[in-house]
Write a protein that binds this ligand. Structure first.
Ligand code: FE
Length: 343
């Protein structure tokens, strides 16, 4: 090696070490995310810009990440697990993956309804499970309640995704909470008896099926409708011209809402950064992002929502059921839906 070249290597090494502060090892966050919304990139960028903490993100399907976390156990590099639905958060918690977080900031900003009773997990946005219906064939008063979908008048007219999907499991858990297991079971049987086709596809597919004349009513999360309403694609515009959505149970308990959220993992190597990340997700900037990025409502009530699609949906009465109460009934929900044959 020439002396000149060796000197260059030393110079580069010195320059690199100057750029890398001693605390660099603490300034990282390992995030496992099962949120499946393309627009989340900007959300994570905001955290690094605000705190200087780099995020190493592993995205995957809910089940894959859950199994991976269980397998990695104490050796897991993951600090935070982000996912959708109280059912998934509950499953992770029941597997002992989360450690409760003591944060005055999180407790102040996130209403008790949207977090676990023991603060093992927190919701950062909420979404409504609504009824989509054919504007020409169905009157909104026919779909004033989730229970209406099980009525004989909708025989052969209901489209819905799998009964194993968390969105439907948690809705079923809310029906168990409000009406008891026996009535909830009858409801699930009624849905199965009314199916226009075997459950398949995602929520958007159910709305497309209404527009195609395959069925007249369906269940969907509200943001899938908002996404279609915001789309410039002719096929999406066509769906929105034929399909409307109703917020069920406005005269009674209110419309079922679920959360997207996460928790700090029990074996998190970067616990401090993890709590900072959770607090960031409850900040005004991140909260506003949920509303603009994926058309969800921020859990922090004081955050201003600037989204024409959400404004168009209007205000509605929210079912105040606590997320932990929902999570508690997921097991029963699964059992009753299996029994009813809601595949
Ligand atoms: Fe979704």
């Amino acid at each position: 090696m020439s002396r000149n070249f060796a000197f260059k290597i030393i110079a580069v090494s010195v320059a690199l070490s100057l750029q890398t502060p001693l605390w660099a090892a603490d300034q990282e966050l390992n995030l496992y995310s099962a949120r499946h919304y393309k627009t989340d990139e900007a959300l994570y960028k905001g955290f690094t810009e605000t705190t200087g903490i780099k995020i190493n993100r592993i995205e995957g399907k809910e089940d894959e990440l859950f199994e991976r976390l269980k397998r990695e156990a104490a050796a897991s590099p993951a600090d935070v697990f982000i996912t959708v639905d109280a059912a998934n958060l509950q499953r992770a918690d029941a597997a002992g993956l989360f450690a409760p977080v003591k944060s005055a900031e999180l407790e102040k900003r996130i209403p008790a309804q949207f977090r676990a009773n023991d603060n093992a997990w927190f919701g950062f946005s909420y979404r409504a499970r609504v009824i989509a219906y054919d504007k020409d064939k169905v009157k909104p008063e026919q779909v004033a309640s989730y229970l209406d979908l099980a009525k004989p008048e909708f025989k052969g007219k209901v489209c819905v995704r799998s009964g194993n999907h968390p969105y439907n499991l948690t809705l079923m858990a809310s029906i168990i909470n409000h009406h008891g297991a026996a009535k909830a079971e009858t409801w699930a049987q009624g849905i199965v008896a009314n199916l226009a086709r075997a459950p398949k596809g995602g929520d958007t597919d159910q709305m497309r099926a209404i527009a195609a004349g395959e069925c007249e009513v369906a269940l969907t999360n509200h943001y899938y409708y908002a996404r279609l309403a915001d789309s410039e694609k002719p096929e999406d515009k066509d769906v929105v011209s034929k399909v409307a959505i109703a917020f069920p149970d406005q005269a009674t308990q209110g419309t079922h809402v679920n959360i997207s959220g996460g928790g700090v993992l029990k074996h998190a190597p970067n616990k401090e950064a993890a709590v900072k990340f959770m607090e960031y997700l409850a900040s005004d900037a991140a909260q506003a992002y949920f509303a603009t990025g994926n058309n969800e409502w921020p859990v922090v009530a004081s955050v201003k929502v600037d989204n024409p699609q959400l404004e168009a949906l209007g205000r509605f009465k929210i079912d105040p059921l606590n997320a932990s109460s929902l999570a508690k009934e997921i097991g029963t929900a699964q059992r009753l839906m299996d029994k009813a044959g809601w595949k």
